[in-house]
Design a protein around this ligand. Structure first.
Ligand code: 6PG
Length: 462
């Protein structure tokens, strides 16, 4: 009567995920150093085959071989600490799955370290927050394909479903799972920033009340903008504060925290030489938000422009958001395609879009269109080159410009939206002014240049 599945780290995510697995008929065992968390699991799991312990040896001994052990502990040192705790008890062929937001290079290091001991280690991004973990997340596993076969049925059962298809699939070799999850979070940062800018334009620029904003986002969630983040945004505008009776959103401090995944996406995109400016600006805006004291001081020192005259209507706002949504996914997907080449992951872009359609934070009906684009052309270098997206973008780009113009004229910061337009405009410019940069480089540093009219490398004594 050994257990099918083990889970280390019985915080909210861990407890919810192990209960989800147990609900699907897999007998499960949890491990946590905190006895209260173990009791909480046993209580909540009273009706399913789930047990818990604070003892690592007992935990490992209770699992059927090859052992399938998932770690849901904070990224960084805690993951290494848990590995060291388990290691003396594990046997060749056992499988360790890191379900946290671990940095992909850490996963590579752990794979190599554990390979030497005969243990299969793999990183599996898990998205969907606490509710997703309980009712069905999107899962992005990467590592040894053979090892994945041992956990596949468990993950497929526990994951979200879209048209009966599980939102989990083998992503690729090595750290592919953590890498895909990292870029998922980069896109998440981008979409959240864009929504907050549209909120700012609608509220400060046009005078929308929270009630009207709730209606607007509710309406949007029925159309092309249908997505988890738009849906929860509508709910947020309706929520009243228990302490003051005011709208809760209005009493929340405007400093956004971050745990690193968005920043890593930007950093790694820079390393790959792939532009993801909308994700970059989302990270930058969280950094600017943290400078609250300086912002408040500067607010008094500068004159705020008066609100522009040409106020965009709701439809124009929606088009602008949809435009920038598409551009955000396009940037993230282009980064994944480049990372696939650089790290030899073996990613399949259509599969990624497919498993993101449900369960995860960036789930959106748009992902079905993205999936179709990669189904038509698996080697598509950028979504902006897909003929269906070209049609869509052509009809809404004008509205995105209207919103950016209005925001800039009114002094409302729209770093994400304007970066999306700038990226789009640069991407569709057959000629950019960077010939001048090459001339300058050659002028001051003899860095040479290429020509448009003949082959070769040239240098001029300017
Ligand atoms: C998810 C989320 C999850 C986490 C974010 C928050 O997919 O379920 O992405 O992993 O909530 O990483 O990130 P920040 O704290 O950096 O905003």
């Amino acid at each position: 009567d050994q257990h099918d599945f083990g889970l280390v780290g019985l915080g909210v995510m861990g407890r919810n995920f192990i209960l989800n697995v147990a609900d699907h008929g897999f007998s499960s065992m949890g491990l946590d150093t905190d006895p209260e968390k173990v009791s909480a699991l046993k209580e909540e799991g009273a009706n399913v085959r789930v047990d818990g312990t604070t003892d690592a040896a007992a935990f490992v001994a209770a699992l059927a071989t090859p052992r399938k052990i998932m770690l849901l502990v904070p990224a960084g040192k805690p993951v290494d600490a848990v590995i060291e705790t388990l290691l003396p008890h594990l046997e060749q062929g056992d499988i360790l799955i890191d379900g946290g937001n671990s940095y992909y290079a850490d996963t590579e290091r752990r794979i190599t370290y554990l390979e030497g001991k005969g243990i299969n280690f793999f990183g599996a991004g898990v998205s969907g927050g606490a509710k997703g973990a309980r009712r069905g997340p999107s899962i992005m596993p990467g590592g040894s394909k053979d090892a994945y076969e041992h956990v596949r049925t468990i993950f497929e059962a526990a994951s979200a479903k879209v048209n009966d298809e599980p939102c989990v699939a083998y992503m690729g070799r090595g750290s592919a799972g953590n890498y895909v999850k990292m870029v998922h979070n980069g896109i998440e940062y981008g979409l959240m920033q864009l929504i907050s800018e549209i909120y700012d334009v609608a509220k400060k620029g046009i005078g929308y009340s929270n009630e009207k904003l709730a209606d607007l986002f509710t309406e949007w969630n029925k159309g092309e903008l249908q997505s988890f983040l738009v849906e929860i945004t509508a709910e947020i505008f309706q929520k009243k504060d228990d302490l003051t009776g005011k709208h809760l959103v209005d009493v929340i401090l405007d400093k956004a925290k971050q745990k690193g995944t968005g920043k890593w996406t930007s950093q790694n995109a820079m390393d790959l030489g792939i532009p993801v400016p909308t994700i970059d600006s989302a990270v930058t805006m969280r950094e600017i938000s943290a400078l609250k004291d300086q912002r408040v001081a500067a607010d008094k020192l500068y004159h705020t422009p008066s609100i522009g005259n040409d106020k965009p209507d709701a439809k124009t706002l929606g088009h602008a958001l949809f435009f920038a949504y598409i551009v955000s996914y396009a940037q993230g997907m282009s980064q994944l395609a480049a990372a696939d080449e650089e790290y030899n992951y073996g990613l399949d872009m259509e599969t990624i879009a497919k498993i993101w359609r449900g369960g995860c934070i960036i789930r959106a009906s748009l992902l079905e269109d993205i999936r179709k684009a990669y189904d038509k052309n698996p080697k598509l270098s950028n979504l902006l080159l897909d003929e269906d997206f070209i049609k869509t973008l052509k009809t809404i780009e004008g509205d995105a410009r209207i919103v950016v113009q209005f925001a800039v004229a009114s002094g409302i910061p729209v770093a994400g939206l304007s970066s999306a337009i700038a990226y789009f405009d640069a991407f569709r410019s057959g000629n950019l002014p960077l010939n001048l940069i090459q001339a300058q480089r050659d002028h001051f540093g003899s860095h040479t240049y290429e020509r448009t009219d003949r082959e070769g490398i040239f240098h001029t004594e300017w």
